[in-house]
Ligand binder design. Sequence first.
Ligand code: CP
Length: 320
Amino acid sequence: MKTFTNVKDLGDLNTAIQEALEVKKNRFAHKTLGENKTVMLVFFNSSLRTRLSSQKAAMNLGMNSMVLDVAQGAWRLETERGVMMDGDKSEHLLEAIPVIGAYCDIIGVRSFARFESKEDDCNEKILNQFIKYSGRPVFSMESATAHPLQAFADLITIEEFKPCKHPKVVLTWAPHPKALPQAVPNSFADFMNEADVDFVITHPEGYELDPKFVRNAKIEYDQKKAFEGANFIYAKNWAVFRDDAYGKILCKDMNWTVNAQKMSLTDSAFFMHCLPVRRNMIVTDEVIESPQSIVIPEAANREISCQVVLKRMLESLKVD
Ligand code: CP
């Protein structure tokens, strides 16, 4: 595996799930695979889970890990070509990337949507430069449009908790005080569309996601109707995607908060969220603290999804 940016990079999804479950059974089975190899984790944005789970996954494989927080301690990076660098940015990404590549074997990159240019976000301007110029395998730790490590962990979690062969999985928009990227819902849709599930997306009108990720998923604008008979409720906020209001908030309608009354419409559904979560905006205390909430095992599976990706990247380095 040379890149991990979307579901297709995993190849056959059932094989990937089985591999993840094997890794989880014995996460130290490949503890020498990463000997003398180093992963560099480059963060343009904050993180708790991704930072810790990626380092833990690397340790399980016997790798070294280094973390670069671009906003803290590194030179401020210019990302545009052709700019006269007479401002506060001391280094260009075009030098920084190959230098980072010189110190490691695999690179993870976190670079969120900036909501300054829809074109730049959709073209994954930062992540794709790492893929192009680093000379190393690169995995997304959440880019402008996708968070595949999260979605892979979500899929593993659904596999572990599903009460039937073909569960109903509902992705629901929920209110949030800030404009958030579409990366998590995009990747969740990307993975659910390939999984053996009945996938429904519910959101207020105006919050339609990129059709490239939605594909044939069912859209239901009535949240309560969407919840009926669901086995999993996956809550997430996202900002508007369409051109005329890209990155904007159209509503903070608290009627979309996931609460116990709505969960009672489901088939005893499990509650999921990628975390961090704004309590009593996205979901009530009661629901997130209920026995049906699986947000902690879901977060724990981030170690497993990352370990599968690192393992496959290390195996491909051995072949080269
Ligand atoms: N879910 C997730 O990616 O969490 P962090 O932003 O804390 O890494």
